[in-house]
Design a protein around this ligand. Structure first.
Ligand code: GLY
Length: 360
Protein backbone atom coordinates (compact mmCIF):
# COMPACT_ATOMS: atom_id res chain seq x y z
CA UNK A 1 0.00 0.00 0.00
CA UNK A 2 1.13 3.54 -0.71
CA UNK A 3 0.13 6.54 1.40
CA UNK A 4 0.44 10.10 0.11
CA UNK A 5 0.03 13.05 2.44
CA UNK A 6 -1.91 15.98 0.99
CA UNK A 7 -0.72 19.19 2.54
CA UNK A 8 -3.77 21.43 2.18
CA UNK A 9 -5.40 23.70 4.81
CA UNK A 10 -7.06 20.55 6.20
CA UNK A 11 -4.32 17.96 5.57
CA UNK A 12 -5.15 14.30 5.00
CA UNK A 13 -3.76 11.03 3.67
CA UNK A 14 -4.59 9.22 0.43
CA UNK A 15 -4.18 5.43 0.75
CA UNK A 16 -3.79 3.41 -2.45
CA UNK A 17 -3.65 -0.39 -2.40
CA UNK A 18 -5.45 -3.70 -2.91
CA UNK A 19 -8.18 -4.88 -0.53
CA UNK A 20 -8.50 -1.58 1.37
CA UNK A 21 -12.33 -1.62 1.55
CA UNK A 22 -11.97 -4.34 4.17
CA UNK A 23 -9.31 -2.46 6.15
CA UNK A 24 -11.04 0.86 6.73
CA UNK A 25 -10.36 0.85 10.47
CA UNK A 26 -6.59 0.85 9.92
CA UNK A 27 -6.80 3.77 7.52
CA UNK A 28 -9.13 6.26 9.16
CA UNK A 29 -7.52 9.16 11.00
CA UNK A 30 -7.88 9.39 14.78
CA UNK A 31 -10.17 12.43 14.38
CA UNK A 32 -12.75 10.21 12.65
CA UNK A 33 -12.26 7.10 14.81
CA UNK A 34 -12.75 9.02 18.04
CA UNK A 35 -16.27 9.99 16.92
CA UNK A 36 -17.34 6.41 17.67
CA UNK A 37 -17.10 7.04 21.43
CA UNK A 38 -19.70 9.77 21.00
CA UNK A 39 -22.04 7.36 19.18
CA UNK A 40 -21.42 8.71 15.69
CA UNK A 41 -23.16 7.39 12.64
CA UNK A 42 -21.83 7.36 9.14
CA UNK A 43 -23.78 8.29 6.05
CA UNK A 44 -22.70 5.97 3.26
CA UNK A 45 -23.52 7.60 -0.07
CA UNK A 46 -23.15 5.39 -3.12
CA UNK A 47 -24.77 4.78 -6.49
CA UNK A 48 -26.98 1.88 -7.53
CA UNK A 49 -24.20 0.06 -9.45
CA UNK A 50 -21.50 0.38 -6.79
CA UNK A 51 -24.06 -0.44 -4.09
CA UNK A 52 -24.61 -3.92 -5.55
CA UNK A 53 -20.93 -4.77 -5.67
CA UNK A 54 -19.07 -3.01 -2.85
CA UNK A 55 -21.29 -1.38 -0.26
CA UNK A 56 -21.80 -4.51 1.87
CA UNK A 57 -18.02 -4.74 2.46
CA UNK A 58 -17.90 -1.09 3.50
CA UNK A 59 -21.04 -1.33 5.67
CA UNK A 60 -19.58 -4.39 7.42
CA UNK A 61 -16.25 -2.64 8.01
CA UNK A 62 -17.93 0.48 9.38
CA UNK A 63 -20.28 -1.50 11.63
CA UNK A 64 -17.40 -3.64 12.88
CA UNK A 65 -15.59 -0.47 13.97
CA UNK A 66 -18.73 0.62 15.84
CA UNK A 67 -20.43 3.09 13.52
CA UNK A 68 -24.15 3.02 12.75
CA UNK A 69 -24.62 3.27 9.00
CA UNK A 70 -27.29 5.25 7.16
CA UNK A 71 -27.03 4.29 3.50
CA UNK A 72 -28.23 6.57 0.70
CA UNK A 73 -28.23 5.18 -2.84
CA UNK A 74 -28.39 7.58 -5.80
CA UNK A 75 -28.88 6.72 -9.48
CA UNK A 76 -25.73 5.84 -11.41
CA UNK A 77 -24.53 8.57 -13.75
CA UNK A 78 -24.42 12.32 -14.03
CA UNK A 79 -28.16 12.78 -13.27
CA UNK A 80 -27.39 12.29 -9.54
CA UNK A 81 -25.15 15.37 -9.51
CA UNK A 82 -28.20 17.60 -9.55
CA UNK A 83 -29.91 20.10 -7.27
CA UNK A 84 -32.77 17.64 -6.79
CA UNK A 85 -30.55 14.82 -5.51
CA UNK A 86 -28.48 17.23 -3.44
CA UNK A 87 -31.62 18.44 -1.62
CA UNK A 88 -33.02 14.91 -1.28
CA UNK A 89 -29.83 13.79 0.48
CA UNK A 90 -29.80 16.83 2.79
CA UNK A 91 -33.44 16.15 3.73
CA UNK A 92 -32.79 12.47 4.32
CA UNK A 93 -29.87 13.33 6.61
CA UNK A 94 -31.94 15.92 8.48
CA UNK A 95 -34.84 13.44 8.91
CA UNK A 96 -32.37 10.92 10.33
CA UNK A 97 -30.90 13.48 12.74
CA UNK A 98 -27.40 13.38 11.31
CA UNK A 99 -25.26 15.64 13.47
CA UNK A 100 -21.96 17.49 13.20
CA UNK A 101 -20.25 14.60 14.94
CA UNK A 102 -21.20 12.26 12.09
CA UNK A 103 -19.23 11.52 8.95
CA UNK A 104 -20.10 10.92 5.30
CA UNK A 105 -18.41 8.15 3.31
CA UNK A 106 -18.55 8.69 -0.46
CA UNK A 107 -18.27 5.29 -2.16
CA UNK A 108 -18.21 5.57 -5.94
CA UNK A 109 -16.86 7.51 -8.86
CA UNK A 110 -16.56 11.22 -9.49
CA UNK A 111 -20.31 11.87 -9.42
CA UNK A 112 -20.76 10.32 -5.98
CA UNK A 113 -17.57 11.98 -4.68
CA UNK A 114 -18.43 15.47 -5.95
CA UNK A 115 -22.06 15.27 -4.80
CA UNK A 116 -21.25 13.79 -1.37
CA UNK A 117 -18.46 16.30 -0.86
CA UNK A 118 -20.81 19.20 -1.56
CA UNK A 119 -23.37 17.71 0.82
CA UNK A 120 -20.61 17.39 3.46
CA UNK A 121 -19.44 20.97 2.86
CA UNK A 122 -22.90 22.43 3.34
CA UNK A 123 -24.90 20.18 5.72
CA UNK A 124 -24.92 21.92 9.13
CA UNK A 125 -22.25 24.23 7.60
CA UNK A 126 -19.87 21.34 7.18
CA UNK A 127 -19.41 17.78 8.44
CA UNK A 128 -16.51 15.39 7.89
CA UNK A 129 -16.31 13.15 4.87
CA UNK A 130 -14.12 10.38 3.52
CA UNK A 131 -13.64 9.69 -0.18
CA UNK A 132 -13.65 6.06 -1.33
CA UNK A 133 -13.14 6.28 -5.09
CA UNK A 134 -14.12 3.21 -7.12
CA UNK A 135 -13.25 4.47 -10.61
CA UNK A 136 -9.87 5.23 -12.09
CA UNK A 137 -10.90 8.79 -12.87
CA UNK A 138 -11.95 9.54 -9.32
CA UNK A 139 -8.83 7.77 -7.98
CA UNK A 140 -6.38 9.90 -9.94
CA UNK A 141 -8.27 13.16 -9.97
CA UNK A 142 -11.61 14.04 -8.46
CA UNK A 143 -11.28 12.37 -5.03
CA UNK A 144 -8.14 14.39 -4.21
CA UNK A 145 -7.96 18.16 -3.80
CA UNK A 146 -11.32 19.06 -2.28
CA UNK A 147 -13.30 20.21 -5.30
CA UNK A 148 -16.93 19.37 -4.65
CA UNK A 149 -19.89 20.37 -6.81
CA UNK A 150 -23.22 19.69 -8.42
CA UNK A 151 -24.30 20.62 -11.94
CA UNK A 152 -26.90 23.25 -12.80
CA UNK A 153 -29.03 23.11 -15.96
CA UNK A 154 -26.81 25.94 -17.22
CA UNK A 155 -23.54 24.03 -16.88
CA UNK A 156 -21.33 21.54 -15.15
CA UNK A 157 -20.08 22.01 -11.56
CA UNK A 158 -21.60 25.51 -11.33
CA UNK A 159 -22.51 25.17 -7.62
CA UNK A 160 -19.78 23.86 -5.37
CA UNK A 161 -17.21 24.40 -2.65
CA UNK A 162 -13.59 23.67 -1.89
CA UNK A 163 -13.87 21.19 0.95
CA UNK A 164 -11.13 18.68 1.73
CA UNK A 165 -11.97 15.11 2.86
CA UNK A 166 -10.59 13.61 6.09
CA UNK A 167 -9.05 10.72 4.13
CA UNK A 168 -9.11 9.09 0.71
CA UNK A 169 -9.19 5.29 0.58
CA UNK A 170 -8.58 3.88 -2.90
CA UNK A 171 -8.97 0.11 -3.19
CA UNK A 172 -7.47 -0.79 -6.57
CA UNK A 173 -9.45 -4.05 -6.62
CA UNK A 174 -12.52 -1.95 -7.43
CA UNK A 175 -11.02 -1.26 -10.87
CA UNK A 176 -11.70 -4.92 -11.81
CA UNK A 177 -15.39 -4.29 -12.32
CA UNK A 178 -15.14 -1.13 -14.44
CA UNK A 179 -16.33 -1.30 -18.04
CA UNK A 180 -13.65 -0.72 -20.68
CA UNK A 181 -15.17 2.70 -21.38
CA UNK A 182 -15.14 3.87 -17.77
CA UNK A 183 -11.60 2.56 -17.29
CA UNK A 184 -10.44 4.46 -20.40
CA UNK A 185 -12.09 7.60 -19.03
CA UNK A 186 -9.66 7.54 -16.11
CA UNK A 187 -6.78 6.89 -18.50
CA UNK A 188 -7.54 10.25 -20.16
CA UNK A 189 -6.75 12.01 -16.87
CA UNK A 190 -3.57 9.95 -16.46
CA UNK A 191 -2.46 11.00 -19.96
CA UNK A 192 -3.17 14.58 -18.86
CA UNK A 193 -0.66 14.30 -15.97
CA UNK A 194 1.93 12.92 -18.39
CA UNK A 195 1.52 15.83 -20.80
CA UNK A 196 1.38 18.66 -18.26
CA UNK A 197 3.94 17.47 -15.71
CA UNK A 198 5.70 14.16 -16.13
CA UNK A 199 7.31 12.96 -19.39
CA UNK A 200 8.44 9.73 -17.65
CA UNK A 201 4.84 8.92 -16.79
CA UNK A 202 3.89 9.65 -20.41
CA UNK A 203 6.55 7.16 -21.60
CA UNK A 204 5.57 4.57 -18.97
CA UNK A 205 1.92 4.54 -20.00
CA UNK A 206 2.92 4.53 -23.67
CA UNK A 207 5.11 1.46 -23.18
CA UNK A 208 2.63 -0.25 -20.84
CA UNK A 209 -0.86 0.41 -22.15
CA UNK A 210 -2.96 0.38 -18.99
CA UNK A 211 -6.07 -0.87 -20.82
CA UNK A 212 -4.14 -4.10 -21.49
CA UNK A 213 -2.49 -4.21 -18.04
CA UNK A 214 -5.33 -3.34 -15.71
CA UNK A 215 -4.81 -6.56 -13.73
CA UNK A 216 -1.21 -5.59 -12.96
CA UNK A 217 -1.72 -4.31 -9.41
CA UNK A 218 1.84 -3.01 -9.00
CA UNK A 219 1.69 -1.05 -12.24
CA UNK A 220 -1.77 0.35 -11.47
CA UNK A 221 -0.82 1.29 -7.88
CA UNK A 222 2.38 2.92 -9.17
CA UNK A 223 0.62 4.95 -11.85
CA UNK A 224 -2.25 6.03 -9.59
CA UNK A 225 0.22 7.00 -6.85
CA UNK A 226 2.29 9.05 -9.29
CA UNK A 227 -0.82 10.95 -10.44
CA UNK A 228 -1.89 11.58 -6.83
CA UNK A 229 1.62 12.79 -5.97
CA UNK A 230 1.47 15.29 -8.83
CA UNK A 231 -2.01 16.37 -7.84
CA UNK A 232 -1.00 16.80 -4.19
CA UNK A 233 1.95 18.98 -5.20
CA UNK A 234 -0.25 21.18 -7.34
CA UNK A 235 -3.14 21.54 -4.88
CA UNK A 236 -0.79 22.15 -1.94
CA UNK A 237 0.60 25.12 -3.85
CA UNK A 238 -2.79 26.43 -4.94
CA UNK A 239 -5.69 24.87 -3.05
CA UNK A 240 -8.25 27.42 -4.25
CA UNK A 241 -7.41 27.17 -7.95
CA UNK A 242 -6.27 30.73 -8.44
CA UNK A 243 -2.97 29.90 -10.17
CA UNK A 244 -0.99 26.75 -10.88
CA UNK A 245 -3.93 24.42 -10.17
CA UNK A 246 -5.37 25.67 -13.47
CA UNK A 247 -2.92 23.33 -15.24
CA UNK A 248 -5.10 20.39 -14.19
CA UNK A 249 -7.63 21.87 -16.57
CA UNK A 250 -5.58 20.90 -19.63
CA UNK A 251 -8.03 19.73 -22.30
CA UNK A 252 -10.98 20.58 -20.07
CA UNK A 253 -12.04 23.91 -21.59
CA UNK A 254 -12.99 22.28 -24.88
CA UNK A 255 -13.82 19.07 -23.03
CA UNK A 256 -16.49 20.73 -20.89
CA UNK A 257 -17.99 22.31 -24.00
CA UNK A 258 -18.25 18.89 -25.68
CA UNK A 259 -19.77 17.37 -22.54
CA UNK A 260 -22.33 20.16 -22.34
CA UNK A 261 -23.18 20.02 -26.04
CA UNK A 262 -23.76 16.27 -25.76
CA UNK A 263 -25.87 16.73 -22.62
CA UNK A 264 -23.30 14.52 -20.89
CA UNK A 265 -23.75 11.65 -23.37
CA UNK A 266 -20.04 11.99 -24.23
CA UNK A 267 -18.19 11.02 -21.05
CA UNK A 268 -15.84 13.37 -19.18
CA UNK A 269 -12.74 11.36 -20.11
CA UNK A 270 -13.67 11.15 -23.79
CA UNK A 271 -14.45 14.87 -23.89
CA UNK A 272 -11.14 15.75 -22.21
CA UNK A 273 -9.29 13.39 -24.57
CA UNK A 274 -10.72 15.30 -27.56
CA UNK A 275 -9.93 18.62 -25.85
CA UNK A 276 -6.31 17.60 -25.17
CA UNK A 277 -5.81 16.51 -28.78
CA UNK A 278 -7.31 19.68 -30.27
CA UNK A 279 -5.35 22.00 -27.97
CA UNK A 280 -2.04 20.16 -28.44
CA UNK A 281 -2.38 20.28 -32.22
CA UNK A 282 -3.40 23.95 -32.10
CA UNK A 283 -0.41 24.81 -29.86
CA UNK A 284 1.92 22.97 -32.22
CA UNK A 285 0.48 24.79 -35.24
CA UNK A 286 1.22 28.10 -33.53
CA UNK A 287 4.81 26.99 -32.82
CA UNK A 288 4.20 26.94 -29.05
CA UNK A 289 5.52 23.37 -28.63
CA UNK A 290 7.92 21.20 -30.64
CA UNK A 291 6.81 19.74 -33.95
CA UNK A 292 5.27 16.31 -33.39
CA UNK A 293 3.82 17.06 -29.93
CA UNK A 294 0.24 17.03 -31.22
CA UNK A 295 0.77 13.67 -32.91
CA UNK A 296 2.35 12.17 -29.77
CA UNK A 297 -0.68 13.20 -27.71
CA UNK A 298 -3.15 12.09 -30.39
CA UNK A 299 -1.48 8.69 -30.87
CA UNK A 300 -1.40 7.93 -27.14
CA UNK A 301 -5.03 8.91 -26.76
CA UNK A 302 -6.02 6.69 -29.72
CA UNK A 303 -3.97 3.80 -28.34
CA UNK A 304 -6.17 3.99 -25.25
CA UNK A 305 -9.32 3.70 -27.39
CA UNK A 306 -10.30 7.29 -26.62
CA UNK A 307 -11.71 9.70 -29.23
CA UNK A 308 -9.59 12.51 -30.67
CA UNK A 309 -12.17 14.38 -32.78
CA UNK A 310 -15.63 15.86 -32.48
CA UNK A 311 -18.44 16.57 -34.92
CA UNK A 312 -19.63 19.63 -33.00
CA UNK A 313 -19.37 22.80 -35.06
CA UNK A 314 -17.16 25.79 -34.32
CA UNK A 315 -20.25 27.67 -33.08
CA UNK A 316 -21.38 24.82 -30.81
CA UNK A 317 -17.90 24.47 -29.28
CA UNK A 318 -17.57 28.23 -28.74
CA UNK A 319 -21.11 28.56 -27.28
CA UNK A 320 -20.41 25.68 -24.87
CA UNK A 321 -17.13 27.25 -23.87
CA UNK A 322 -18.89 30.47 -22.82
CA UNK A 323 -20.67 28.66 -19.97
CA UNK A 324 -17.36 27.36 -18.56
CA UNK A 325 -17.07 28.43 -14.94
CA UNK A 326 -13.41 29.28 -15.52
CA UNK A 327 -14.34 32.22 -17.70
CA UNK A 328 -13.27 35.56 -16.21
CA UNK A 329 -14.93 38.46 -18.02
CA UNK A 330 -13.92 37.83 -21.61
CA UNK A 331 -10.87 35.67 -20.93
CA UNK A 332 -10.07 32.08 -19.91
CA UNK A 333 -6.80 30.60 -18.67
CA UNK A 334 -6.07 28.11 -21.40
CA UNK A 335 -3.49 25.38 -20.70
CA UNK A 336 -1.07 24.80 -23.55
CA UNK A 337 1.68 22.18 -23.72
CA UNK A 338 5.21 23.57 -23.99
CA UNK A 339 6.53 20.04 -24.53
CA UNK A 340 5.56 16.60 -23.19
CA UNK A 341 5.88 16.95 -19.40
CA UNK A 342 5.53 20.74 -19.21
CA UNK A 343 2.74 23.20 -19.87
CA UNK A 344 1.91 26.89 -19.61
CA UNK A 345 -1.12 28.82 -18.42
CA UNK A 346 -2.10 31.39 -21.06
CA UNK A 347 -4.74 33.97 -20.24
CA UNK A 348 -6.52 34.41 -23.57
CA UNK A 349 -9.52 36.30 -24.88
CA UNK A 350 -12.37 34.15 -26.16
CA UNK A 351 -11.80 35.36 -29.73
CA UNK A 352 -8.08 34.48 -29.47
CA UNK A 353 -9.00 30.98 -28.30
CA UNK A 354 -11.40 30.65 -31.24
CA UNK A 355 -8.64 31.73 -33.61
CA UNK A 356 -6.12 29.36 -32.00
CA UNK A 357 -8.43 26.37 -32.29
CA UNK A 358 -10.18 27.02 -35.59
CA UNK A 359 -7.96 29.53 -37.39
CA UNK A 360 -9.29 32.77 -38.91
N1 GLY B 1 -9.89 18.28 -11.49
C1 GLY B 1 -9.10 19.43 -11.51
C2 GLY B 1 -8.80 19.96 -10.15
O1 GLY B 1 -9.02 19.28 -9.16
O2 GLY B 1 -8.36 21.08 -10.05
Amino acid sequence: MKTIHVNTSRPYDVHIGAGLLKKIEELLPESVLKKIDKGAKTVLITDENVNEIYSSDVEESLEKIGFDVLKIVVPAGEEAKSGQWYLKILSCMAENHVSRNDCIFALGGGVVGDLSGFVAATFLRGIDFVQMPTTLLSAVDSSVGGKTAINLPEGKNLAGAFYQPKAVIMDVNTLDTLSAEIFADGCAEIIKYGVIWDSELFELIKENNLTKNRGNIDLMCGVISRCVEIKQKVVSLDELDKGIRNILNFGHTIGHSIEKNSEFEVSHGSSVAIGMTIISKAAEKKGLCPAGTGKLVENLISDYGLPTETDYSRKQIMDGLLSDKKIEGTTINLILPEKIGKCNICNMKINEIEELIFGD
